[in-house]
Design a protein around this ligand. Sequence first.
Ligand SMILES: [Zn+2]
Length: 126
Amino acid sequence: MYDVTIKRSFSAAHVLEEVGGGCEELHGHNFLVEVTASARDLNPQGLAVDFRVLKRWTEEAIAALDHKYLNDVEYFKASSPSSENIARYIYEQLQDKARNEPFSISLVTVWESESSRVGYRTDHHD
Ligand SMILES: [Zn+2]
């Protein structure tokens, strides 16, 4: 199995309800997003996943979040805009794009500070 990982970042604000402390106040983060895609085989060019494709897809997914107040983004009206749910949102967007590709999205990690990150993945891999 080959794992290919790219990084992208975005800035956004949020409020987390009922978690206590400063998180309940309006505040922002420079989120760092790492996306890993995994493939069993290489294509004829010797690549598992093209970095450029993965970066473009990630940018498309985070464009809906960048410089936004996340509590107002439709996806987060049903689920709090925590780093956990942000990771799941990005994962779902990318997995949908990868549906017909010979690779799958294996992990999305969202860093909300240099010392705190959340990873999201699903269990089903073929
Ligand atoms: Zn926060």
